[in-house]
Design a protein around this ligand. Structure first.
Ligand SMILES: O=c1ccn([C@@H]2O[C@H](COP(=O)(O)OP(=O)(O)O[C@H]3OC[C@@H](O)[C@H](O)[C@H]3O)[C@@H](O)[C@H]2O)c(=O)[nH]1
Ligand SMILES: [Mg+2]
Length: 618
């Protein structure tokens, strides 16, 4: 009889795990179903040490709570996870090249040059589109390379104003929203949604940072946190799940990577809401790139003009730099795609396919492959359609560290991982996938490396440290003002935390002061000059730089209804930079990782709290 066959196969199944079988009475039917999934997928070892019923029963129930979470948070559940893991581990053991059959070549994309006519046009178009955009920040990573104790988005983007990354991102989105509503012809005044993907490592601290600061001016309903779950670790090539060495009723877990953002967005139901609200674009970005919003308007303009389904932002890449290379991959069977090849895979791929020197610079001094900064602009309609097919699952990879060349055991447990930029891998050939290359100084300055590692970066390659990240803000702002006609003095070279950097005038402004170049140009007129030792922080909106000569520190704040002219000659002792060693624990961590702090010797500080027209003398 059919039913007895089922029963006997079920009891066969449980007889492979006698310690579990004797505990079935304490489990709910749902938990028994989960147990079946585990046994059917070669996980009977998980129960070897289970004690008799009545002993550690709470731990056993806790074990199944965790299994239920692992099962429901992965597309296709644990069975799918284990199946994929077995396949990928077998491929890895064989040393199979994930790009087998594909040959790499340099793709062509859109190149933007800051400040030229096309750039200005693209920025204006981007501002028009912005009110149809949603922003998604992936911020679930611990930042192990940086080693900072707090969450990365709470770090100051620069220490002249101390504004943290998250505040800057929110103020940038709000500034774009406002600018976009201003030019909207349809009167549509919807708020731009802002999604933050967190993980157990970052969730509560991200939430606290937002709440303690009243969401930095955003409506709390506009912000949405989606928490990614970790995935189960694997002990061996048979994808046996790894138990926690301190608690045999717990599975070890590790982060699955930023690729989770797609399945989380899909299951959140937000995509449908956004489509109903008339949105068209989803912009993804990472936790610590203080220059990113310099690049957003123009690249969104490119997406709209070219009608790209996928637009990745890129910058010229130095060989061996820890950023992925955008590569055209053409298969022997004719298929082709333009996709990020991750930095650890680019060199072996090139060597295996007719580039014997691997990842090296070409005559330009840069790698011929543009560097992926992982800022993706996806067209919402096609994105939703694709996720309906895939459930948001992204092609995964596994990177086990083997004990020896037999590749039979691992140094420590491994897990599957996925990356958000692998999204285009499942797209049909008709998809319009492109990329946009911009200047590094304008668009990319991540904070990823601790001072010690940064100091070891090969000369000429970017440091990607807290020091270089902050210096890049001053360089970009100085260059933008130079382009707008201000004589900003050239930088001096200085070694901070063992890294040689260019120190430009410390110029900062709020996003609402100027989001796009044409707006910034309107705020600058006459003969203006700013010396290298100067600091200028503008936090007001209607502040105009007009025949200003600055040699010192100038801090200006104003309400929106105050129109302020910054002019005349301002000279004071300013803010000096004092070096700080990263090992000096008497200095707060977020400062010492930069290698300097400001000594605020003297400044002209002005606040304009009343409506009206003012100048610095007022
Ligand atoms: O599980 C994770 C891992 C990472 N992240 C987030 O993803 C972002 C990127 O993480 P990492 O800094 O570890 O990424 P990496 O530096 O290794 O490479 C990434 O950025 C540079 C690009 O060139 C690479 O192609 C891209 O993968 C961060 O914002 C991080 O918070 C998650 O949200 N969840
Ligand atoms: Mg990483």
């Amino acid at each position: 009889m059919a039913s007895s066959t089922v029963d006997s196969s079920v009891s066969d199944l449980f007889s492979s795990a006698p310690a579990l079988q004797s505990n079935l009475e304490i489990l709910s039917p749902d938990q028994i179903e989960l147990a079946k999934i585990l046994l059917e997928n070669g996980q009977s070892h998980l129960f070897l040490h289970w004690s008799e019923p009545g002993v550690c029963d709470n731990e056993k129930l806790g074990f199944f709570d965790q299994i239920a979470r692992l099962n429901s948070s992965y597309p296709g559940g644990l069975a799918a996870y284990i199946k994929t893991a077995k396949e990928l581990l077998a491929d890895s053991k064989l040393g199979k090249n994930p790009y087998d059959g594909f040959s790499p070549s340099v793709p062509s994309g859109e190149n933007l040059t800051f400040g030229d006519e096309n750039f200005i046009e693209m920025e204006k178009r981007g501002v028009v589109e912005a009110r149809k955009a949603a922003f998604v920040l992936v911020a679930g990573g611990l930042g192990e390379r940086l080693g900072y104790n707090g969450i990365k988005v709470a770090l100051p983007r620069e220490t002249t104003t101390g504004t943290c990354f998250l505040q800057h991102y929110i103020e940038s989105i709000l500034a774009l929203q406002e600018a976009s509503h201003k030019v909207a012809s349809d009167g549509n005044q919807t708020d731009i949604p802002f999604i933050i993907m967190t993980s157990d490592d970052t969730h509560s601290r991200t939430q606290d940072l937002l709440e303690l600061n009243s969401y930095f001016g955003m409506k709390s309903t506009q912000v949405h946190l989606l928490k990614q779950e970790k995935v189960a670790c694997l002990d061996d090539n048979d994808a046996r799940l790894a138990l926690d060495s301190n608690n045999k009723y717990k599975i070890q877990t590790k982060p699955h990577g930023h690729g989770d953002v797609h399945s989380l967005l899909y299951s959140s139901g937000l995509l449908d809401k956004w489509l109903d609200a008339g949105l068209k674009w989803v912009l993804f970005f990472q936790d610590t790139n203080g220059l990113l919003f310099n690049a957003i308007p123009a690249s969104l303009g490119v997406s709209a003009t070219k009608q790209y389904h996928v637009n990745s932002l890129a910058v010229p890449r130095k060989a061996k730099e820890a950023i992925g290379g955008i590569t055209k991959l053409t298969h022997a069977d004719g298929r082709a795609m333009v996709i990020n090849v991750e930095y650890n895979q680019l060199d072996p791929l090139l060597r295996a396919s007719g580039f014997p020197d691997g990842d090296v610079n070409c005559e330009t001094g840069y790698s011929p492959f543009p560097g992926n900064i992982n800022q993706l602009i996806l067209e919402l309609g096609s994105y939703k359609e694709e996720l309906q097919k895939t459930g948001g699952a992204i092609k995964e990879f596994v990177n086990p560290k083997y004990k020896d060349s037999t590749k039979t055991s691992f140094k420590s447990s491994t897990r599957l991982e996925c990356m958000m930029q692998d999204y285009p891998k499942t797209l049909p050939p008709t998809a319009r996938v492109g990329f946009t290359v911009m200047d590094i100084w304008l668009a990319y300055a991540p904070v990823k490396n601790n001072p010690e590692d940064a100091a070891k970066v090969p000369k000429g390659n970017p440091y990607h440290s807290a020091t270089s990240g902050e210096m890049a803000i001053y360089r970009a702002n100085s260059r933008i003002l130079q382009k707008a006609g201000v004589k900003v003095e050239e930088p001096v070279k200085q070694v901070l935390n063992g890294q040689e950097v260019e120190v430009w005038s410390r110029i900062t402004w709020k996003p609402k002061w100027g989001m796009i170049f044409s707006d910034i140009k309107k705020k600058v007129s006459g003969n203006c000059e700013i010396s290298q030792k100067s600091t200028m922080a503008i936090t007001g909106r209607n502040v105009f730089i007009d025949n200003l000569s600055l040699d010192g520190a100038l801090i200006v704040d104003s309400i929106d209804d105050a129109e302020v002219k910054l002019g005349g000659s301002i000279k004071n002792n300013g803010w000096t930079m004092e070096t700080v060693d990263y090992k000096d624990t008497s200095v707060p961590e977020e400062i010492r990782i930069r290698g300097f702090r400001f000594n605020k010797v003297e400044q002209l500080e002005k606040k304009f709290n009343q409506p009206g027209k003012f100048s610095l003398e007022d």
